[in-house]
Write a protein that binds this ligand. Structure first.
Ligand code: BGC
Length: 479
C-alpha cells in the first residue's frame, strides 16, 4: 500500500478504479430501496423480483458488448461510454413514473455495471507495473465494497423517510465524477502498442512507475515484449476464442468467474437482512448487523490489497476457500441441528452472525479481489477484451442463477442443506484451483502469456491444430 501511495500513477489508478464504486453502489442499494418501491408502485412478488434481477440481466449483456467493443475502441473510451450509461440510468431510475420505466432504467444501469465489471479490471491490469499489479487491480474490488457499504449507509439513512428515488438517484454523483476524472487518465500501454502508438505507450509506462517499485521495469523492453506477443497471436476476435491455445486460459477464467458466485457470496450481500431476521434479529438489529458486514467487507479487502502481491494469488484463493467452506459448514450444521433462535441474543443467532461475518471476511480478503485481478492476467492480449466478455458474462449469469434460486431452495429445503450445498461447492473449487489455476504473481502479463503459448506448443504434437511456436528462450517463464 505504501508503494501504491508513492506511485506517480496514483491519480490514474484512482480514476481507473472508480467505475467499481458504481458497480458496488448499484448492486447494494436495491435491497433497501425495493421495500419502498414495492409499496409506492404496489408491486407483486414477481415484479419485485424483476426490479432486482433485471440489473443482472443487463450486466450480462453489458459484459458481452463491452468486451469485444474494447478491442477496436480501447479500454478508456468504453469506460466513458459506461459512465454516460450509468448517469442516464441513475437519473431515469430516480425519476421513473411507473414500474415499466423503472425496469428499463435498471436494465440500462445493468448494461453499465456489466461493462464496468469488465473494463475496470482490464484497464487496471494493463496499466499497472508488474510488482504492484495485484494491489492496483484490487482497487477495483475496494471500490466495489466501498460502493456496497455506502449503499447500505444510504439505505439506513433514508429508511425512515422511505425516499427510494434519492437512494437510486445518488448513483449519478460518482458517475459524473468518473466522467470528469476519466479524461485525465491515459489509454493502457498494451492497447496503445497494439494500435501502433509506441511513443504514447512509453509515456504511460513511465508515468505509472512508482518511486520505489517498478524502477527496474524498462519501458522500452516492455514495449518490445508486448509487440512480440501481439505479433505471435495472428488470430483475433471471436474465431480466436475457439482456438486450441486459448482454451486452457478460457477454462481458468470462466471457472474462477463462476466459482466466485457459486460459493454463495451474494446469498449474503443480497440476503443477509433476511437470513438475520429469520435468525431472531429484529428488522432494526438486522440493518445494523448488515452495516457491520459491509464494514468487514471493506476492512478485509484492504488486507487483500496489501497481501496479493506478497502472498500471491493461489495461497489467497486456497485460504479463502478454507474460511468460506468452514463458515458455510458451521452455518449449515447449526441451522439443521439447533432450535430456531427467538432473539438476537440466543447463541444460535450469534452463531449465524459469526458465520456470515467469517464468510464475508474470507471472501473479501481473497476471492472478491483475486478473481477480478486474475481474469485479465490469464487471458491473452489479442483477445483479452473479448475473452473477458465471456468470463464476465459467466460471472453475472452465475450471480443471476444463485440469487434467483437461493430463496426458492431455502423455502423448499430449509437453511441446513442449502448452506451445506455451498460448502460442497467450496470443496470442488479447491480442486479446480489446485489443478488448473496458474500463479501469476510477479510475472508480467507478457510472461504469463508466454507460458500459455508454451503450453499450446507442447500440445501441438497432440493434434490440437495450433501452429504457434513460442521463442524457446522464454520457456522458463511458464506456469
Ligand atoms: C462480486 C460480487 C459481490 C461483491 C461483494 C464482487 O467481487 O463479483 O458479486 O457482490 O464482490 O463484495
Amino acid at each position: 500500500m505504501k508503494d501504491l501511495l508513492h506511485a506517480n500513477g496514483r491519480r490514474i489508478f484512482f480514476f481507473g478504479a472508480l467505475g467499481g464504486l458504481l458497480f458496488g453502489y448499484d448492486t447494494g442499494v436495491i435491497s433497501g430501496a425495493i421495500l419502498f418501491i414495492k409499496t409506492d408502485f404496489g408491486l407483486s412478488a414477481f415484479l419485485q423480483g424483476a426490479v432486482v434481477a433485471v440489473l443482472l440481466l443487463g450486466a450480462m449483456v453489458g459484459a458481452v458488448l463491452a468486451g469485444p467493443l474494447s478491442e477496436p475502441f480501447g479500454r478508456k473510451k468504453m469506460i466513458v461510454a459506461a459512465g454516460i450509461t450509468f448517469t442516464v440510468g441513475a437519473i431515469l431510475a430516480a425519476a421513473a413514473p411507473n414500474v415499466g420505466v423503472l425496469l428499463a432504467a435498471r436494465f440500462i444501469i445493468g448494461l453499465a455495471v456489466g461493462s464496468a465489471a469488465l473494463l475496470v479490471p482490464l484497464y487496471l491490469s494493463e496499466i499497472a507495473p508488474t510488482e504492484i499489479r495485484g494491489a492496483v487491480s484490487s482497487l477495483n474490488q475496494l471500490m466495489i465494497v466501498v460502493g456496497i457499504l455506502v449503499a447500505f449507509i444510504v439505505n439506513a439513512i433514508f429508511a425512515s423517510s422511505g425516499d427510494w428515488r434519492i437512494m437510486l438517484g445518488l448513483a449519478a454523483v460518482p458517475s459524473v465524477v468518473l466522467l470528469i476524472g476519466i479524461f485525465f487518465v491515459p489509454e493502457t500501454p498494451r492497447f496503445l502498442v497494439r494500435k501502433g502508438h509506441e511513443r504514447k505507450a512509453r509515456e504511460v509506462l513511465e508515468a505509472v512507475q512508482s518511486d520505489q517499485v517498478g524502477a527496474d521495469e524498462d519501458p522500452q523492453e516492455r514495449i518490445e515484449e508486448i509487440k512480440e506477443i501481439d505479433a505471435k497471436e495472428s488470430e483475433a476476435g471471436l474465431k480466436a476464442l475457439a482456438a486450441g491455445w486459448v482454451r486452457p486460459a478460457l477454462v481458468v477464467a470462466i471457472g474462477l468467474a463462476v466459482f466466485q458466485q457459486f460459493i454463495g457470496i451474494n446469498t449474503i450481500i443480497y440476503y443477509a437482512p433476511t437470513t438475520l431476521t429469520s435468525a431472531g434479529f429484529g428488522s432494526d438489529a438486522a440493518i445494523y448487523a448488515n452495516l457491520i458486514i459491509g464494514v468487514l467487507n471493506v476492512v478485509a479487502t484492504v488486507v487483500a490489497v496489501r497481501l496479493v502481491d506478497r502472498a500471491g494469488r493461489k495461497p489467497l484463493l486456497f485460504g479463502g476457500l478454507v474460511g468460506m467452506t468452514l463458515s458455510m459448514t458451521i452455518l449449515g450444521v447449526s441451522s439443521a441441528v439447533l432450535a430456531t433462535p427467538k432473539s438476537a441474543s440466543d447463541p444460535e443467532a450469534i452463531i449465524t452472525l459469526l458465520c456470515l461475518a467469517g464468510f464475508i471476511v474470507s471472501f473479501a480478503a481473497t476471492w472478491g479481489p483475486v478473481v477480478w485481478v486474475m481474469l485479465p492476467e490469464v487471458l491473452p492480449l489479442s483477445i483479452r477484451g473479448t475473452a473477458m466478455g465471456v468470463a464476465v458474462f459467466a460471472n453475472w449469469a452465475a450471480n443471476f442463477a444463485v440469487s434467483q434460486t437461493f430463496p426458492v431452495f431455502l423455502k423448499s429445503w430449509g437453511p441446513g442443506p442449502v448452506f451445506l450445498g455451498y460448502a460442497a461447492i467450496g470443496v470442488i473449487a479447491f480442486v479446480f484451483v489446485k489443478f488448473l489455476v496458474p500463479e501469476t504473481k510477479g510475472r508480467s502479463l507478457e510472461e504469463i502469456e508466454e507460458g500459455l503459448l508454451r503450453k499450446a506448443g507442447e500440445g501441438e504434437g497432440e493434434g490440437d491444430g495450433d501452429e504457434r511456436r513460442p521463442r524457446p528462450e522464454r520457456v522458463g517463464a511458464a506456469h
